[in-house]
Structures are given as C-alpha cells and as structure tokens.
Design a protein around this ligand. Structure first.
Ligand code: FCB
Length: 453
C-alpha cells in the first residue's frame, strides 16, 4: 500500500462506462442482423488472434438486462454504447430491421430505468458489409448512407436519448482500415485512405445536421482518439514520419470539423477529393469533444508502408500495461489541456482504461490491482489537467466488460467486470469496486494498492 492525497471532482462530474456493439453484442446472425465488415474480417486468415470472432462475444444482445444491473451496482451516471448499423439496416440502406431497432429500444429503456444516462455512438467500426461492397467509406455516397442511417436511429430513439456521438475514433478506423491492414476492411492504399478521411468527415457533418433537425435538445459530440506521436528516435526521417502520422491520427478529423480546415500535409494530398462547399458541410457546431486516450504512440520511418510511417517501439524504460501499451499519465494530462484549448469545447473522456490478462484466483475473485493503479494514476492526471484549466466534464472507463478486442480477439481484457466466455458468467473485478467508490463519491481516496499487490 502507498498513500497519496485524496482528490475530489465537482459534484456534477459524470462517471461512466463504455462499450461498443461488435465487441459485446454477439447474436451476429440473429433477428435479421446483416453482416458487418468485422464479421468478414474475422473469417479471414490471420487477421484476428486465435481465429476469434464477434459471433457470440459477451452475448450482450441476450444478457443486456443483467449488464444494466451491473452498471446500476457500479453507481455510474452514464453508459456509452454504440448501435450496430447492420442490425437496424441489414444491407446498410433500404429495408429496415424492426427487430434490431426494438433491441435498442429495450436497451435504452432499461438504461434509463436504472437511472443511467444513455450516450449513443452511431458508428463504432461495424460498417454493413453490403456498403463496403459498394466501396464503403471510399465512396462519396457513404455520407448520404450514414445520414439516412442517422435519421432512422434518431427518429426512433431521439425522444429518450439526448447524448449523441457520430463516430468513434475516426483516425483509428480510417488509418487501420485503409492504410495499414490492422482493421476492417484492411485496404492499404493512399487514395482509398484519403477518400475515407474526407467522406467520413462529410458523413460526420451531415449526421450532425440530421441530429439537430431530428432530436429535440440533442447534445452532440464526436469521439476522437488523441495520442501524442513521438518519433521513435530523433532522426529527420522519423520526425517526418511522426508529423504525417500525427496529422492522420490526431488532426485530420477534429481540425476540419471544428476549425474548418485540414492540417497542412493532409490538405495538400486530399485537395483532389474536396469539392466546393464540403468544408462548410463538415464544420458544424457541436456541443462536446469526446476524447479517447490510452498512451503516446511512437513513429518510425518505413518506406515499405503505405505512407512511409510505421508503428515504432516505446523507449524500453517507459512502463507498460500487461498487454504492452505505454503508461504515461503526464501525456494524458497534456493532451487534455491541449485539446481543451485547441477546440474550445467541454471535453468528456469517452474511453480510458487498461488491458490485461486477468484470470480469477483460487477463490474465484479477480484481483486486478494493476488496473486500479493505472486508473488511479490517469484520473489524478485528469484532475491536474482540470487544475491547469482544461474543461473536462466526465470520464468513461473502457470497458464495462472484457470483450472482443478487435485483432487481439478475447486475449486482451479491458473490463472492470471479468467475463468467463465459456459460461458468460460475469465477475466484477476488484477495479469495479474501486471505480464504484469513485463514481459514487466523486472522490479518489489516498489509498493506492501497488501493481504488484
Ligand atoms: C479503442 C477502441 C475500443 C477498444 C479500446 C481498447 O481504440 O475504441 O473499441 O478497442 O481501444
């Protein structure tokens, strides 16, 4: 044990948990859901660890009521989830799947009954496969497809859901899906990547306009993953690689959406895809900035890669989580300050958390003191950022449940609740109890258990 001073948050500070549709729902072929690009990717060789798929995941589609019960026990004020586009529009457009919409009705009603505010994200990476067959985000029509999907969901749930996010981590799914083959659809092509960036920006802007027109009192945001990009070593090549990676990852979405222009390197390359009027369509007023943050990333020049940048390694002395992600709470503090000043919006931390290889001990409990130490340190850095003037209004842990962690399959566990995937049994980890105390009191106590226990 070690002692640190207790810290307090404002009484209206929002504490929540985050999940996403493909990572938890399962029921991939049930009640009329259409295939998504992640269903397709899971069938491809060597794309997902152990050949894992989201077919069953946490079976949340059937167990949502119990999962809402868990959240109620945690005392959280908000639940951020996403709607699976192919569950409500199996072919992405056209015929509506009533059973899919009915699921989100039940979910939202249950969350509200539990006294928890629903935060709905429209896109957490599960694009309908039928739309990918038409070019996916490389097609300019994708903005219209997304606007129509947004209108459908907004008309159905907008009477009860007031917090809306358009996309989750624009920079991540466009880079990994269209430039580096780490996510669906796994294309590696400069033009495709630039088209995806621009069309997703258009889709965001059009969706904001639809939400404003459809949802009374909507509070609209977008979720960006912002992580400082550091050259792996200080060479001119690595610095150039880092500058471009930084634009594609951190700036190519919030800058046009909130400042009306692309960052310089991107602006030049993307110009052939930009038409008159596009920038005004993209730059719509929104109400909050959703920030996902895990740690800094390291860039290295590699001429074999699509853009000449590759993921580099962290310095060996930098601490990391059990799954190898860098731990650098000061980078979180600095990012919060920078984002708050650069975009001038209230910031909600919509994801932060720690991946591990948790397993129940002999007594059946899951004692994840490493995760508690991580959350404690990061939440303290958030408080520091607020003291430095960052306008931070809430914090959502990623994630409520262990779940399908994309290319890592079920191997990386981010939940504060353990899931035994063989039985679907849920076991709140020690961190769930720790977070409950934070959520209920708005206070992080001074008692910190060390990583090693
Ligand atoms: C983020 C994703 C989320 C989850 C966490 C660990 O990049 O938004 O779905 O995979 O990382």
């Amino acid at each position: 044990m070690s002692e640190r001073p207790a810290i307090e948050f404002p009484s209206d500070f929002l504490w929540g948990v985050s999940t996403s549709s493909y990572q938890i729902e399962g029921a991939a072929r049930e009640d009329g859901r259409g295939p998504s690009i992640w269903d397709t990717r899971c069938l491809m060789k060597d794309r997902v660890a152990n050949g894992d798929t989201g077919d069953v995941a946490c079976d949340h589609y059937h167990r949502y009521a119990g999962d809402i019960g868990l959240m109620k026990e945690l005392g959280v004020g908000a639940y951020r989830f996403s709607v699976a586009w192919p569950r409500v529009l199996p072919a992405g457009k056209g015929a509506v799947n009533e059973a899919g919409l009915a699921f989100y009705d039940r979910l939202v009603d249950g969350v509200l009954e539990a006294g928890i505010e629903p935060w709905l994200c429209l896109y957490h990476w599960d694009l309908p496969q039928a739309l990918d067959d038409l070019g996916g985000w490389t097609a300019r029509d994708s903005a219209g497809w997304f606007a129509d999907y947004t209108a459908l969901v907004a008309r159905r749930l907008g009477d009860r859901v007031k917090r809306w996010a358009t996309f989750n981590e624009f920079g991540v799914f466009t880079m990994f899906g269209y430039a580096i083959d780490w996510a669906a659809p796994g294309i590696t092509d400069r033009t495709a990547h630039l088209q995806a960036i621009h069309h997703v920006n258009l889709a965001h802007g059009d969706a904001v306009a639809v939400l404003r027109a459809t949802v009374k009192d909507a509070s609209i945001g977008a979720v960006h993953n912002v992580q400082p990009v550091v050259p792996e070593s200080d060479t001119a090549e690595n610095r150039r690689a880092a500058a471009l990676l930084d634009e594609h990852w951190n700036l190519a979405f919030p800058d046009p959406q909130l400042r009306g222009h692309y960052p310089p390197l991107t602006a030049e390359a993307i110009a052939p895809h930009v038409r008159a009027g596009d920038m005004a369509r993209i730059c719509q007023p929104i109400d909050w900035f959703g920030l996902n943050h895990y740690g800094p990333i390291f860039a290295r020049a590699d001429p074999k890669m699509t853009w000449g940048y590759a993921w580099g390694s962290a310095p060996p002395e930098m601490p990391s989580t059990d799954i190898g992600w860098s731990i650098h709470p000061d980078a979180f503090r600095d990012t919060l300050v920078t984002v708050s000043h650069r975009y001038g919006l209230p910031v909600f931390v919509t994801e932060n958390g720690c991946g591990g290889n948790d397993a129940p001990g002999p007594d059946g409990t899951v004692d994840d003191t490493g995760r508690i130490a991580f959350l404690d340190t990061y939440i303290r850095s958030m408080r520091e950022a607020m003291d430095l003037g960052a306008d931070v209004r809430g914090y959502f842990v990623w994630s409520l449940l262990d779940n399908f962690e994309w290319g890592s399959g079920y191997g990386n566990r981010f939940g504060i609740v353990y899931v035994d995937f063989a039985t679907q049994r849920r076991i709140p980890k020690t961190s769930a109890r720790w977070f409950e105390a934070v959520a209920r009191t708005g206070r992080v106590s001074g008692e910190v258990r060390r990583l090693s226990g």
